[in-house]
Ligand binder design. Sequence first.
Ligand code: F6P
Ligand code: MG
Length: 478
Amino acid sequence: YDPKTPQYLTSDETSFASVSARDRWPVILTGAIDDLHRTVGDVPTTETEKRAEGKTIIEELAKLKYELQHNRQLTPLLEDGEPDIAEYNEELEKRGNPTWYNVPWLYSECYLYRRLATLFNRSKYWKGYDVFSRQKMSTFKSSRPAVLELAGRYRALALEAEKESKEGLSGEQIEEAEQLIFAEMCEICLWGNATDLSLLTSLTYEDIQKLQGSEARKASEKNILVNDMKAAYDVLRDARKTKKAGEERRVDIVLDNAGFELFVDLILAGYLLSSGLATTVVLRPKVVPWFVSDVIPKDFADLLNALAIPQAFYTAADESDSDCKHPPLSDEELKNIDFLFSQWSTFHAEGKLVLRPHRFWTAAGSYWRLPKTASDLHEDLQASELVLFKGDLNYRKLTSDAAWDPTTTFTEAIGPLGPKSGVRILSFRTCKADVVVGLQPGEDERLRQLPGGGGDSGARKWAWSGKWAVVSFCDGKK
Ligand code: F6P
Ligand code: MG
């Protein structure tokens, strides 16, 4: 149940796999070591056992980094009481215990984060510790301008919507307006993915802020290479028309990154619920810290807690630079944030906005395996009107991170999740890896010829930076 098309390997010198394994992962591991070092340093000296255990984990992290940089074999994961370890190890053996620089990219990158998790799961004092949490929160804090702008825009739209229905527009006009707003919400949600933290190794905070504003979004519309948003809208609109009142119409969001991206996902979720395009939204986080910035349940709570006290959160001095002062939020800005916060908390309290984690999302295999290895989850997703997959990694997993010809259809590239799978998929992805499908003939060649696109080097460099995006739909209920 994997495709015949081969997967990208860390040994492919022209791929982002190779750059990731050699240049990016060591930086990520160094960041993890620094974070834990800091936390251990803050543990009171009286807690000797906890400090000692923390130091042992730091050594283990350093060892992992050494093995990676010296191209050693991936060693079997140590038991940590979770059922997926056996699966990881069986696959490792089947793949012939490969070395770091010659192994499928997708498997090895998942292994890397799963191995990190074992270090904490196996400990006595550090269970559940997230080495990326600090970074996730501080980046969210630096998204302040975009968060405030979006909160304002969202509230204005909500107030406008109330006014419009009072003025009694025709059904058609309302639908047209709704479709435009749906597209805007989807675009906000899409570009929120441009700024994940695993790529932060190459972006400054200024770059991030530039990527997040509304002007950037308008300017980036032409960078959406495949855009199936309309098909997804039609599905939700038709379900609203045809399903009985009171019947559930669910949208699932397979989350990607915490912080700003989770914020925009909640914007979309709040919009779907308040517009009646969905009656329930199920958010699907990971169960262990993943690919640096992916959402775990605690990140959801952290985000809501921050927005519950926005003035304190956004004006507190920076941990790294206590001289840097942030101006207070205006009354209007506070009102806008409060509007979002109340709406989300109400939906959450009413059970319309729920979190549902599953271990499948942190397995090493692609989503081609879903029907076979996680039939419970497959069935659950079949009950949804539409499943949104956020981000690059989800796209890589949907397409099995295989070296498809870029004109292959999305439907073909997702294999068992295609037609008749019972799952309707919309994948929102800014391109940060080599795999891409659904392009028009000649498009890949054109993009390669742009500055920084890779030219004749054999590398699809245009697809590595998050500048281009694809929004791909497949109706698995047909
Ligand atoms: O390409 C860089 C990378 O870290 C990939 O390894 C991974 O697929 C992706 O970014 C993570 O991005 P996202 O958060 O959008 O899934
Ligand atoms: Mg991510």
